[in-house]
Design a protein around this ligand. Structure first.
Ligand SMILES: NC(=O)C1=CN([C@@H]2O[C@H](COP(=O)(O)OP(=O)(O)OC[C@H]3O[C@@H](n4cnc5c(N)ncnc54)[C@H](O)[C@@H]3O)[C@@H](O)[C@H]2O)C=CC1
Ligand SMILES: O=C(CO)COP(=O)(O)O
Length: 334
């Protein structure tokens, strides 16, 4: 796996393209806007998404998907969850035969309740075994600054997971493999919602006990959903579960946490959206699709429900806190 296309030149697409290029791969990055592609190829910068980061000399970018996909042995999908279906549909005819499709997106599709690998297999019309997922504590800016991190490459076909692992491993990026795609994707999608809750709590002025309680009970409701959908429970103790949850809930670099903080301080959804400058905070939409998925499978997800109501039903963040604490008392493992 030498020639790789990365489709999406936002923060994570650009940082992951850098990871692959630093690992010695021949990478072409697709950017929606030609001026972003020109800046990456010409100046080795993507100032809109990764200010101050110098990109590898070998990294090329284009706004033409035909050029990005030509000869690719793996195709990395780095666009937001809710646009992935439409983006991929426009690229489907260009995908090389038998290629491994790698999803970086952390969300659940609105309306269908599908995980991103399900959307990818459906739209690209390929077997699930051709779709891999990369998930873990991977804040793009830290990785772009070459700070050490680990991640998980999930694929039902172990050989394909190993190929992506080998293609991306470098001196600051350590990928592990796993076959539990369901658990990895749920971990990645649900932690964004829990990070919104932690941000809301921080915005309300609450400290570390509240954060730790939300992280732990957030993991409990994620694991309950995972059990209902057939995930391996141990995945939630790993990098794509607890690892990503802790990084996202604790970091001021997280868009989801920052978005929640604004809501907790009393900003409206529209104000918080404006402050995000077009960058995606996936949990804002996925709180609804995850809540629906939980309801469909009879899974109680009180934190997710609270976040959804603060984001979309105008629930006062203080009332969310009061409601969570006022729930019926129960045993921890119930
Ligand atoms: N930024 C991070 O630290 C990490 C992000 N992720 C996930 O990776 C996925 C992509 O995230 P980022 O690159 O951070 O997002 P971003 O908001 O920084 O960039 C999104 C990219 O998708 C492109 N795009 C293509 N079609 C689009 C459309 N129709 N609407 C909006 N944007 C469109 C945008 O032009 C932009 O280049 C998300 O699911 C995110 O949760 C996962 C791990 C780390
Ligand atoms: O997924 C991430 C870290 O692993 C990035 O989180 P945010 O999208 O909240 O910035």
């Amino acid at each position: 796996m030498q020639r790789i296309a990365v489709l999406g030149a936002g923060s994570w697409g650009t940082a992951f393209a850098k990871v692959l290029a630093d690992a010695g791969r021949d990478v072409v990055l697709w950017a929606r806007r030609p001026e972003v592609a020109d800046e990456i190829t010409g100046q080795k910068l993507n100032t809109g998404y990764l200010p101050g980061i110098r990109l590898p000399e070998t990294l090329r970018a284009t706004a033409d998907p035909i050029l990005a996909l030509d000869g690719a042995e793996a195709v990395v999908l780095a666009v937001p969850s809710q646009t992935l279906r439409a983006n991929l549909a426009s690229w489907r005819e260009l995908l090389p035969e038998g290629v491994t499709l790698v999803s970086l997106a952390k969300g659940i599709e609105l309306g269908t309740g599908k995980r991103m690998s399900e959307v990818v297999a459906e739209v690209a019309q390929v077997p699930s075994e051709h779709v891999a997922v990369v998930s873990g504590p991977n804040l793009a800016r830290e990785i772009a600054a070459q700070q050490p991190t680990a991640t998980v490459v999930a694929c039902m076909d172990h050989e394909r997971a190993v190929a992506v692992q080998r293609a991306s491993a470098n001196g600051y990026f350590r990928p592990y493999t796993i076959t539990d795609v369901v658990g990895c994707e749920l971990g990645g999608a649900c932690k964004n919602v829990i990070a919104l809750a932690c941000g809301i709590a921080h915005g309300l002025g609450f400290g570390d006990n509240t954060m730790a309680s939300l992280i732990t009970r957030g993991l409990a409701e994620t694991a309950r959903l995972g059990a209902a959908l057939g995930a391996d429970p141990m995945t939630f103790a790993g990098l794509a579960g607890l690892g990503d949850l802790v990084a996202t809930c604790a970091s001021p670099l997280s868009r989801n946490r920052s978005f929640g903080e604004r809501l907790g301080k009393g900003e409206t959804l529209a104000q918080a959206q404006e402050a995000a400058h077009g960058q995606v905070a996936e949990g804002v939409k996925s709180c609804s699709s995850i809540q629906d998925l939980g309801a469909k499978h009879g899974v109680d997800m009180p934190i997710t429900d609270g976040v959804r109501r603060v984001c979309h039903d105008g629930l006062d963040p203080r009332a969310m806190a009061a409601e969570l604490l006022g729930r019926a008392q129960k045993a921890e493992r119930q």
